[in-house]
Design a protein around this ligand. Structure first.
Ligand SMILES: C[S@@+](CC[C@H](N)C(=O)[O-])C[C@H]1O[C@@H](n2cnc3c(N)ncnc32)[C@H](O)[C@@H]1O
Length: 215
């Protein structure tokens, strides 16, 4: 497929995007272009995702920015193609972001894209999160499509600072996952999760986030 054929498949940008990204909308468009071209070529995003690139991926992640404060240091665990970390860094640019990703090819792609977008609030760390204990401390950890909530808690609680928050972007399974993670929640000294539904309307499908705070 040529770049032109690929770009013809991409979902038209919803009006809501300009509202969410404000004066960073041009950078968000450039990110969407990277995802649709090299992101697909390098295997970070399936071509079948192109018709829902904005709503299902970029905006679905960006709406979580309402849970991020300007002074947060956010660790995006298993960032892959920068989701949710890059849309968050655009929608809440005052905070700092660390994209944590173990796979070399993905880290190379992230480095190229973050450089090209000129995101000086984003750092990339090639590592598994379990290996970052005593090296990184985050006020917020985000994760989307990485592991079950139970595993995420075991991996991520050690890199959360005092009163730190784990924001796990989950689908319909969130309540079920919370029940299965009861033991890990208690052991990691986290409060009972709050489930937040963000972005709908205008998003047809809300982003469901389990928010767990360290006590
Ligand atoms: C299915 S992808 C999801 C990528 C992105 N978060 C998204 O929503 O599109 C899962 C990612 O988690 C990464 N990963 C797997 N084990 C990890 C670990 N122990 N620590 C950090 N990242 C990990 C993988 O390399 C992969 O990029």
């Amino acid at each position: 497929m040529t770049d032109q054929e690929i770009l013809a498949e991409v979902e038209p940008e919803p009006l809501f995007a300009a509202e969410l990204f404000g004066d960073r909308i041009e950078i968000a468009r450039r990110y969407a272009h990277h995802l649709a071209t090299t992101g697909v070529e390098w295997g970070l995003l399936g071509p079948r995702e192109l018709p829902r690139l904005w709503t299902r991926h970029i905006l679905n992640c960006a709406v979580v920015a309402e849970l991020i404060s300007p002074d947060d240091v956010v660790g995006d665990i298993g960032s892959g193609a920068g989701l949710p970390g890059i849309p968050l860094a655009l929608a809440q640019p005052a905070a700092r972001y660390v994209l944590v990703e173990p796979m070399e090819r993905r880290v190379d792609w992230l480095t190229m894209v973050v450089d090209d977008l000129g995101l000086d609030n984003v750092r990339i760390v090639r590592a598994r999160v379990e290996d970052l204990v005593d090296e990184e401390v985050f006020t917020v950890v985000t994760a989307r499509a990485v592991k079950s909530l139970a595993v995420l808690i075991e991996w991520c609680a050690p890199v959360l600072g005092p009163r730190g928050r784990l924001l796990a972007l989950k689908g319909a399974s969130v309540e079920d996952e919370i029940v299965k993670a009861r033991k890990q929640i208690r052991r990691a000294k986290l409060n009972q999760p709050t489930v937040r539904e963000l972005g709908s309307p205008p998003l047809e499908v809300p982003t469901r986030v389990a928010e767990l705070v360290r006590h």
